[in-house]
Each structure stands twice: as structure tokens, then as C-alpha cells.
Design a protein around this ligand. Structure first.
Ligand code: SF4
Ligand code: SF4
Length: 409
């Protein structure tokens, strides 16, 4: 942490990219302000309680890291600081209940599916529940898609060009199971055999990014074992990918560190993997031009530095005209559990993102993270607009199948 603190020269270049600084306008709600606060707490100059409201406001989007000319590794600072803060803070009872409910539900697909079903019934009572619980219920989708069980392995079509393992994910499996199915189909079509190791579990990113390192570590250990012996671990959720790329940091100084770092080095987003491999055959050109806006998920663009590969894959589809929304670097407000913990700021950011995307006149929005998909869909809906939001691999999959443009479109 000390290295990251010392490399900040207080230049302020990060300020316009920080969603909390942009919406709240407070120095202490900027990256520079938070770095100062964390330093003061760690040096014993400031009470943790004084810094916590500003630390809790941080979305962990890492836009500041992308903007910083001095190379401040903000992720290396905020993740361990949140873990430190969690060990030393007193949470209010309702705050504890909300946090425990999320940590004990979201990372487990079966529990999440059951909770989502119960939650839809409980929404009828939302007006009588405490606000934190009501905020959780409001986020549940009106309908859940049917589960799509995954095979143990999906062979490559034609000559095999690569063999990878897929992280199946947690909430995404429940909210949008088609993303995994589309990933498998697109990989197979491009000569990739995919195994889905049965022993895998949640990547632990939710715990890591909310200070619950004690929950994240056993999850990470389970994955270290489940994915042993594969060359590449492909993910299609930016939050999971960035979490797994932090396994080395999670086990810093621990006996597992080297294995965890080796694991992290094998993690690759599906867009990066496919772009590097090269599509064996591009999908047939669309029957008419379609404007597609690409939304950069923070955990892909900022945390992993991935911006070109998904764009290159989308542009491989003849007829797609890629358009760029204003303020690409600003978080949509989803950020893990942020829209439950800070619903007002999350909603402000969600609406701002939806308006920027609509201003492109795109017919379709592509992105690489389920949290962003859900948040953007919610805010497009609130504005009365029904623009489809798909993962990049879903766009490719539908383009290959000839179903990207509805028959009536
Ligand atoms: S851009 Fe980097 S060095 Fe400048 S204030 Fe922000 S974090 Fe500090
Ligand atoms: S991680 Fe995001 S919200 Fe937090 S300080 Fe950096 S830019 Fe601001």
C-alpha cells in the first residue's frame, strides 16, 4: 500500500474521471482525497471512522488508475484498505444484516436463484421494509430466465486450435445463462475446446472488493485446485476476471502466493482470448447496417486495460457500425454491490450512462459484464427505452446464427 500512496503527486488528472468526484464535487470523494485519507489513517493521524464515509463512497471502478500519469496503483491500495477497515469498524445492525445477506447469497447460484424467487414475492412488502432491504428487492429482475446447465466439456468444431477452461460465474448464471452458452458456442465454432471444471466456485471478487478477504480466500483456494493443469482460464464477466487477476494480491505474503499469481497470469477475458486467437471465420455480414454502442465495463477497461479486443470482435461482423458513447470512462454505478449500498449515487450514474448511450442512437448496446448489463437495462427501462444490451459474445453468437437482427427488423 505504501508504494501506491507515495507515488501520488496530487496532480488531479484523475478527478474528472472519478464518478464520485463528478457527482458529489468533494475533494475527499476524489481519488486524491481518498489516497490522502488512507495515508492518514494508516499513519495513525486520522480516526478510521472519519475516513470511512468517503472510502465507502468509492465504487472501486479504477478509472483513476487509467487516468493517472504517475502510475498510482489504486487497486493495490483500496482492496487491502477495505479489508483492513472491515476488521476495525463497527457496522450498524441493519448494515450488517444487508451485507451478510449479499455475501451469503450472491456468490452461490442456487441460493441466489431461490432468493430472487422469494424476493419477488417479498417485493409486495417492500414499502414496509427498512430501506437497505427494500433497495435489494428493487434490484431483482421481474422474471428469471430458465437455467441452462453447462456440459463438462464442449469439443471444438473442426480442427482443434486451443483448449481452455471456463469460469461459469455465479449471479450471471442466474440472471443471463445465455452468456455462458453463447461463449461455449462461439469458442467451439472457432476451434476451441472448453472444459468447465466441476469443482469450481465463485471467484471471490465480491468478497475481495468489499473487504471480506476471509470469504474470498477459501473461494480462491477452491479455484486454484479446480483449474490446475489448464493453460488458460477464460472469463466472460469483467468483475470475475479482475478479481481472479488479483489472486496474487489476495495471498500476498502467504504460502499460496506463487500458485495464486501463476493462476492470475492464466486468467483471460473471452474477448482478449478470441481476438488474439483470431476468428476462424467471421460471421456473415448483416442484412442491413446496425449501430452498436460499446459500453466499457470498468473492471475490463480500467482494471484489466482491455478496450480494443471487444471492439475488434464486434467490427468483425460486417454491417455493425460501432459508435462510442460520451464519458466512456465513467462507471455506470453498478460496481458489485454499490447499487444496494449507495442506491442514490448508483441511480444517478445509471441514468447518466443510459442517457449517454441513448444519445448515440444505437440499436444495440454491447458490453462485457453482467453487472453493467443489469444496471443499464434498468435505467434504459426507467427512461422508457427498450434497447437490447448484450454481451460481446452474444452479439457474435447471434451474428453467426443469423439472428442478430430480428426477422421483422
Ligand atoms: S492522477 Fe494520480 S498522481 Fe495525480 S492526483 Fe490522481 S492518483 Fe494522484
Ligand atoms: S476507484 Fe473509481 S470511485 Fe474510487 S476513487 Fe477511483 S475513480 Fe473514484
Amino acid at each position: 500500500m505504501a508504494g501506491a500512496v507515495e507515488s501520488c503527486v496530487h496532480c488531479g488528472f484523475c478527478l474528472p474521471t472519478c464518478p464520485t468526484y463528478v457527482t458529489m464535487g468533494e475533494e475527499m470523494d476524489s481519488p486524491r482525497g481518498r489516497i490522502f485519507l488512507m495515508k492518514e489513517v494508516l499513519e495513525g493521524q486520522l480516526e478510521l471512522e472519519t475516513a470511512l464515509p468517503y472510502i465507502d463512497n468509492c465504487l472501486g471502478c479504477q478509472a483513476c488508475q487509467t487516468a493517472c500519469p504517475s502510475g498510482v496503483d489504486y487497486g493495490d491500495l483500496i482492496t487491502p484498505f477495505k479489508a483492513y477497515a472491515e476488521q476495525h469498524r463497527e457496522r450498524a445492525p441493519m448494515d450488517r444484516v444487508q451485507r451478510e445477506m449479499m455475501l451469503r447469497t450472491l456468490p452461490y447460484p442456487r441460493r441466489f436463484r431461490a432468493a430472487a424467487r422469494l424476493g419477488r414475492l417479498a417485493r409486495l412488502l417492500a414499502g414496509r421494509l427498512p430501506e437497505p432491504l427494500a433497495a435489494m428487492l428493487r434490484l431483482l429482475p421481474a422474471r428469471l430466465p430458465k437455467a441452462e446447465p453447462l456440459p463438462a466439456v464442449l469439443p471444438a468444431e473442426g480442427e482443434r486450435r486451443a483448449r481452455v477452461a471456463l469460469l461459469a460465474g455465479c449471479a450471471q448464471q442466474v440472471l443471463a445463462p445465455d452468456i455462458n452458452s453463447a461463449t461455449l458456442r462461439v469458442l467451439a465454432r472457432n476451434g476451441v475446446e472448453t472444459v468447465i471444471p466441476p469443482g469450481q466456485g465463485c471467484c471471490g471478487a465480491l468478497g475481495m472488493h468489499t473487504g471480506a478477504a476471509d470469504q474470498a480466500k477459501p473461494m480462491a483456494r477452491r479455484n486454484l485446485e479446480a483449474f490446475a493443469g489448464v493453460d488458460a482460464i477464460v472469463t466472460n464477466a469483467a468483475g470475475c476476471g479482475s478479481g481472479m487477476k488479483e489472486y496474487g494480491l489476495l495471498f500476498k505474503g502467504a504460502p499460496e502466493h506463487d500458485a495464486a499469481q501463476a493462476f492470475a497470469d492464466r486468467v483471460v477475458d473471452v474477448s482478449v482470448f478470441l481476438d488474439a486467437l483470431g476468428l476462424r471465420q467471421a460471421p456473415a455480414a448483416l442484412a442491413r447496417p446496425v449501430k452498436v454502442a460499446y459500453h466499457d465495463a470498468c473492471h475490463l477497461a480500467h482494471a484489466q486495460g482491455v478496450r480494443s479486443p471487444p471492439r475488434a470482435l464486434l467490427q468483425a461482423v460486417g454491417g455493425i457500425e460501432l459508435v462510442e458513447p460520451a464519458e466512456w470512462e465513467l462507471c455506470c454505478g453498478s460496481a458489485g454491490t454499490y447499487n444496494v449500498e449507495r442506491p442514490d449515487t448508483a441511480a444517478e450514474l445509471g441514468e447518466r450512462k443510459a442517457r449517454n448511450l441513448l444519445a448515440t442512437s444505437a440499436e444495440l448496446i454491447a458490453t462485457g459484464n453482467i453487472g453493467c448489463t443489469t444496471q443499464i437495462q434498468t435505467h434504459l427501462g426507467a427512461l422508457g427505452r427498450d434497447v437490447p444490451v448484450l454481451h460481446t459474445v452474444q452479439v457474435l453468437d447471434r451474428a453467426y446464427a443469423g439472428t442478430l437482427i430480428p426477422a421483422s427488423g
